[in-house]
Design a protein. Structure first.
Length: 80
């Protein structure tokens, strides 16, 4: 993706350097946040957005429509 993206929106970075920049702290904080999905009906458009996606990182280039569509399909239909 990095070499084929026409906008140079992606950049490869050493994982150890990224962790030193504080990404690990941000990730750990995000994992402690509670789910808010129980507040909404899961069979509505708004409620479906709170369902756990089964595909979160598809590897598509930034700006590509593939990732949100695949994520939404897994939120709407689950493992089927």
């Amino acid at each position: 993706c990095v070499t084929s993206c026409p906008d140079n929106a992606l950049a490869m970075k050493d994982i150890h350097a990224a962790v030193k920049e504080g990404h690990k702290d941000a990730w750990d904080f995000a994992m402690t946040l509670p789910s808010r999905g129980e507040r909404f009906d899961p069979f509505t458009v708004k409620g479906a957005q709170f369902n756990q996606p089964l595909l979160e990182f598809s590897g598509a280039c930034e700006g590509c429509g593939e990732t949100p569509y695949a994520k939404l399909l897994t939120q709407l239909f689950g493992k089927r």
